[in-house]
Ligand binder design. Sequence first.
Ligand code: ASP
Length: 468
Amino acid sequence: MRVEKFGGSSLADSERIKNISSIILNSSKKEKIAVILSAMKGVTDSLIRAAQIAEEGNSEYTEDIENIREKHLKAVRSLFAPKNQTTVITHLQLMFNELEDILHGVELVRECSKRTMDLVMSFGERMSCTLVTEYLNTRGCSAKFIDARNYIKTDNRYGSAVVDFAKSYALIKNIGSLKAVPIITGFIASTENGITTTLGRNGSDYTASIFGAALEAECIEIWTDVDGVMSADPRFVRNAFVIPELSYQEAMELSYFGAEVLHPYTMIPAIEKGIPIRIKNSLNPSNPGTLILNKLISHPYPITGIASIDSIALLNIEGGGMIGIPGIAARIFHALAKEAVNIMMISQASSEHSICLVFHETESKAVVNSLHRELALELETKRVENFELKKDLVMIAIIGENMRGTPGISGKLFSALGREEINVFAIAQGSSERNISFIISKKDEKHALGTIHRAFLENGTDSETTGN
Ligand code: ASP
């Protein structure tokens, strides 16, 4: 059994649907497959927007619904012969009627709870799967629509529900005996009582991983529109290449740091069962893509890839009054946790004279305000100096299993940056040694990525780095 998941961009229009249907058809001839689909491109966003407009008591949400309807009907008109259109249009129309009723209710009560939002969002995947199932049937592939709400059971944390794996796996196992190709709605699930939930934005990858684990698939394929996981952001590095193989840990490190591989938690079910995950391009199916495996991979270069995240801010908390005082760090982190601030990187030198925190730029105000409150006394008595906030930064991480226990990697990294006169504001390396992260100014991003790529990933030595 192989699980194949196609994201929204692979379902953008009738051409893309034709294309992925050929891929499904081909694979289903060779082996048993289960297919997971996202909503058509942009549909989840439109559904959210419609619900938000309706919640304001504004009837203009119908515009979004009309756009979604037109998108689906346009695909139907171009995919189906006129005589075959009635069934699929009837199925879709029933869903649109229900959706309109729900949104009208939202408009009247001017309230859209997270629970209602999950129900509204569920229509995207239900519609795309209905459309593709019917289309595959007209192309001679016996396909069956599967509503994942009957198979994935969760708690009631609407918006990002927590999966009950034991219950879900037991239900999903029944899919294994189906003769037809199951076309399964990604992203959606339900509680024990059948109330609709969702698995968090981009949750269809997670659905694929859950079904893959339950069915003990030999491989989970995630089809996107890029050739695989890149060695660096190709917008900045001309010579960036597709990494052919990655370990689970490397894939997790890369995705934590902005490379849009897979969200780390989506991989957990697959990792637990040791199932390989392959990232493939539906526009270039013959390309092998990137294979993510449960083993150490021997890479030709000292690092595996470079990840970068934009819109980063850094706060430096400094002061003689912090030295040797236990509990300061705990107070800082507790205050930030109360504000739900996500800290992305921390560094503290052993002098304990300063602590540096790194977070998304949008959190700057919350960070500064909450620390002003928490450390008011220390600031007043000058045990802590005023905070220094820096914005317009990027966080870059070099990642790879080969880095572990290899001396000289950070030396080479920072001397390459130093030679190019790129200033580094903060550095962190965990003891796993799979990742060295550092912060630089946004204006140096392209230059730094090019420099590091040449130093580590282009057969060159750092003396060849010339900058961009
Ligand atoms: N359609 C959902 C979203 O846009 C889930 C997914 O595509 O993975 O977040």
